[in-house]
Design a protein around this ligand. Sequence first.
Ligand code: NAD
Length: 532
Amino acid sequence: MNFLDALYLEKTMSGTSTGTVWLDNKGNKKIVVTSPVDGEKFAAIGRASASDFDHVVREAQQAFSVWRAMPAPKRGEIVRQIGLRLRDFKLPLGTLIAYETGKPLQEGLGEVQEVIDICDYCVGQSRMLYGMTTVSERPEHRLFEQYHPLGIVAIITAFNFPVAVWGWNAMIAAICGDVSIWKPSSKAPASAIAMQKIVARVLEHNNLPEGIFSLIVGDRNNVGEKILDDRRIPLVSFTGSVASGRVAAARVAGRLGRTILELGGNNGIIITEHADLKLAVPAVVFGAVGTAGQRCTTTRRLIIHESRYDEVKEHLLRAYGSLKIGNPLLEANHMGPLIDRNAVKAYLKAVKAIIRQGGTIIFGGNSLKGEEYASGCYVEPTLAEVENQFPVVKEETFAPILYLIKYSGGVENGIALHNDVEQGLSSAIFSTNHNQVEGFLSAAGSDCGIANVNIGTSGAEIGGAFGGEKNTGGGRESGSDAWKFYMRRQTVTVNYGQGLPLAQGIRFEIEPPTRGDKYLHEILLKKQEKNF
Ligand code: NAD
């Protein structure tokens, strides 16, 4: 397998690194990495022990005092070099991501590009970690804010974006002067190891200490929950399901730590009577079947005005009929496998629930059999006619199931259905009517962290802050001012006058010490000492 060699991956590897040094844990219990593409067990990775975890945190603590002292633009220069290195490894790394997760090669390459983009973005941002200056209410006082590095940032990532989510977090954290410890998903640790090896070259080239970018592959007990409970880690950026995020949030809050939560979505698109279906149909299909429905921003609910319902349904049936499912490394295929057989079970369970709750499967609904699908991870992309209030529709089934939901009346009825779920990540409207679009974007419109007009729900550019509301967790990562959350914010007041006026005009007066008073005070003290 050429791409594995090109990335210097071995069959059996350590899963723990403090930068350039890999801990000798190949002998530990292993995580066996199986490709959902062909079922091959292509790597075995030593799980970190509790003492490995402790070592990694201690190294990170030491590195922090060096890294935070480096001027931010110099840290940006290191990030720039990581971006350059990644360009050299884009093809093999993109291929590995596709092979390990089952996403199409184009999407694997796109994921690497996303990390390159965030590196470029961070180079500029490293010169813009600015705080504001405001006016003081007191004479001869200056009031301003400044941002300082926070410390160790733990980055816990989901399987479906095995390097991009790390990139959004680690590159921002790095320019902010933080050091990071990455715990990737045990379902996709090989891509993380490859990424760490690429970063290690930059660290080595610049003679940087261990502990700035660490990686730790391990299970929940020895690594995951230790991160949540460790007071040495002030910020945990957690990406995963709502259920796991709920546990993580409570544990970190228990020690008054900080979390960035990027949890599950249940993303809807509203197609109004004024939609341009030339734009809407391809956006919906890509949104629903891209990454085999395993994106946090995957389109799961299509809320269609009754006047366009039959037309949209017909277009979708035709488009779904032309989709090719198979090896995602072959460009001709639109959709690859799910991550593993458990995901297939969850998909089949949801299909049964749809039927039991009164819905109709109008396309797909089965797992795929045959030589090409021997890994047991392939399913049919699925269309189901449902009501928005079905319990199964309210959940995020991480699979390519698209729900068709009809609405009648004004766009406000479509918006009400759209918002009637517990998650709040991504949303979209297809309409050429100005009033409908602005209604969707208004305070009474979409309640999600992302609201798109005439583009789908899936995928986002790195320049905007990324994240969602409600059960999606409220975190923001990547662009805009998301960097502020990775820093310690400090409000500073400097008095450059001769008086000491208090805020809010409070009066508190004592005789100011004069030279004579000070002298008297010293004599009194000496007398007291003698008496003792
Ligand atoms: P998951 O919740 O099973 O696992 C996510 C990560 O959390 C893994 O690294 C896992 O090991 C870790 N984890 C789980 N429980 C933990 C615990 N108690 N302590 C410490 N670590 C723990 O999710 P998954 O199946 O890997 O990914 C799919 C989910 O992630 C979906 O719900 C998807 O919507 C969500 N996701 C959200 C975003 C976003 O930005 N909002 C991005 C990608 C994925």
